[in-house]
Design a protein around this ligand. Structure first.
Ligand code: ADP
Length: 248
């Protein structure tokens, strides 16, 4: 059923001066799942992400979110409608405490054309909500520390907390495990699983064991086109997928 899908694209295409980086991509992201976008370098993953979050305008094609055509919407409008990209837009202020960082995110107006402020404007209510979010990402004991003091993995957890402050219905994660050691990878994996319990997550991720562990559905891109789609078992056995990865 169409309603099962929170985000779909039809014929999504992006050309850069004649070079087709994303070609006729039909993506179907099922609600309340973790969906991974993988593929060798240059496959078009980042371009696809930028198209979905409207950091880039498509050359052709249509993007539908919750049944609404969002192809011509601005990034802030997309974020306001519940689809939020983490790591790129969730700015962390290095010299503010973790609590202050999450409080800022809670009060952040989404976009400039329409400022909305949450009803819970009292400082106590904001602190309570910020503490709840820090608890959810395992950072409550560091709430008085400044963000700059955090090791890398925890900084990413803070970024997830600041993204959650926007109450996203769908989170787009751009290489959440980039630059992380095993221990942090395990922690952030657990966190993504928790976050995805009542949300949809779409992520670009290079670490295939993370993709295998977390994803319900995987879309494999190669040279801008969808090469394969399915669960990890299915796509990892696909000879074309194996060849695409071996070829890099
Ligand atoms: P991936 O994220 O899968 O590594 P990208 O989406 O970054 O792939 O890039 C896909 C292709 O599009 C690459 O060949 C890249 O060189 C090209 N590309 C990406 N952005 C631009 C741009 N702004 N101008 C020209 N070519 C681009």
């Amino acid at each position: 059923m169409a309603d099962d899908y929170i985000l779909t694209t039809e014929g999504l295409t992006k050309e850069f001066a004649g070079f087709v980086a994303v070609k006729d991509v039909n993506l179907n992201v099922r609600r309340h799942t973790i969906h991974a976008l993988i593929g060798p370098n240059g496959a078009g993953k980042t371009t696809c992400f930028n198209l979905l979050t409207k950091f880039l305008a498509p050359s052709r094609g249509k993007i539908t979110y919750n049944g609404r055509d969002i192809t011509s919407q601005k990034p802030a409008d997309i974020a306001r409608s519940g689809m939020v990209r983490s790591f790129q837009i969730s700015a962390v202020f290095p010299h503010l405490s973790l609590l202050e960082n999450v409080r800022v995110a809670l009060q952040r107006p989404l976009g400039t054309s329409f400022h909305f402020w949450r009803p819970e404007t009292s400082l106590n209510a904001l602190n309570d909500r910020a503490e709840e979010l820090l608890k959810a990402v395992g950072l409550i004991e560091y709430r008085k520390h400044t963000a700059v003091e955090l090791p890398y993995g925890r900084k990413r957890a803070l970024e997830i907390a600041t993204t959650l402050a926007l109450e996203p219905e769908m989170m787009l994660l751009d290489e959440p495990m980039a630059g992380m050691g095993h221990e942090d990878i395990d922690k952030i994996s657990e966190l993504i699983k928790t976050v995805a319990q009542n949300r949809t997550v779409l992520m670009v991720e290079h670490n295939l064991s993370v993709v295998a562990k977390l994803s319900d559905t995987i879309t494999v891109l190669r040279r801008g086109e969808i090469l394969a789609e399915g669960n990890y078992e299915a796509v990892s056995k696909n000879p074309e997928v194996i060849e695409a990865y071996m070829g890099t």
